[in-house]
Design a protein around this ligand. Structure first.
Ligand SMILES: [Zn+2]
Length: 273
């Protein structure tokens, strides 16, 4: 457990790293999200401030919307179209280009979203198409820093999030030649301390001894901007969230609204040239 002063100094260090441009954004940065909304909820303010990159959605065919008791479930075609439109509005607000794999989320294949007995089969079906896109990026050249690949940790145990993180873990050496890899804390799931702790333990296991550092991006003046971005996803709420509480990781005090990634990239200037 880190002391309060250690946490505070890490916090300041990362703030300074951002100010000095060591997390420089690139138009080739990839924001990898299992579903429409994951980047907005988890890294929305961060992506908004960086304002360039590619929003890559893996499971874009969806039937998921929350429903009031007794309400009729809308057709998957309508849900998919609506969620893609919501994501397009978010991408436009953040200066991101969009790419999508047209894979179905679990309910359309007869699986529960938390059924991890199915995770290896799920991983198998995303492996080739997703690696195809990710490995198409050119290898790093000495004069250019590698772009970032932001990948979900899988906090909350959704089988699509976990499979996506496993794919990056299992192909880490190949991918890290092309990208600096940052694993983001999945929100809203990471707003539960228990779910967050389980998810981060699984990430460390998947990294097989590689060191990871946590980088914190305080929302600061961007709290209302992040809420406005979240509210673009109208189909995903029965009542619009008015508080940031569910969209910030549950860490010990002192806590303030933030987003976070874990990365093996070195502390200090993060940009490698
Ligand atoms: Zn998701």
């Amino acid at each position: 457990m880190r002391s309060t002063s250690e946490r505070a100094s890490r916090f300041l260090m990362v703030q300074n790293a951002q100010k000095s441009g060591s997390l420089d954004a690139s138009p080739f940065d990839v924001y990898l999200q299992p579903h429409s909304d994951d980047i907005c909820f988890s890294l929305g303010a961060f992506a908004y401030q960086r304002h360039c990159g590619i929003l890559l959605t893996v499971f874009s065919i969806s039937a998921y919307v929350p429903l009031r008791p007794g309400a009729t479930r809308p057709a998957a075609e309508w849900v998919t179209k609506t969620r893609i439109a919501e994501d397009t509005a978010f991408a436009e607000a953040c200066g991101l280009n969009t790419r999508r794999l047209e894979l179905e989320e679990p309910s359309l294949l007869g699986h529960h979203s938390r059924d991890l007995s199915w995770v290896n089969k799920n991983l198998k079906r995303i492996k080739l198409p997703l690696l195809d896109i990710l490995l198409a990026a050119p290898l790093d050249k000495p004069s250019h820093g590698r772009p970032w690949l932001f990948c979900p940790i899988g906090i909350g145990g959704h089988v699509d999030h976990v499979a996506t993180r496993m794919l990056v873990n299992q192909n880490y050496d190949q991918l890290s030649l092309r990208y600096r890899i940052g694993f983001y804390e999945d929100l809203h799931y990471a707003s539960s301390a228990t779910a967050r702790s389980v998810g981060i333990t699984n990430l460390f296991q998947g990294m097989r001894g590689r060191q990871l550092h946590r980088y914190v991006f305080p929302l600061g003046e961007y709290v209302s901007k992040k809420l406005a971005l979240i509210q673009l996803y109208k189909s995903q709420f029965l009542a619009m969230p008015r508080s940031i509480e569910q969209f910030t990781p549950a860490v010990a005090a002192p806590n303030m609204p933030h987003e976070a990634i874990w990365s093996n990239e070195p502390i200090g200037p993060l940009l490698q040239t």
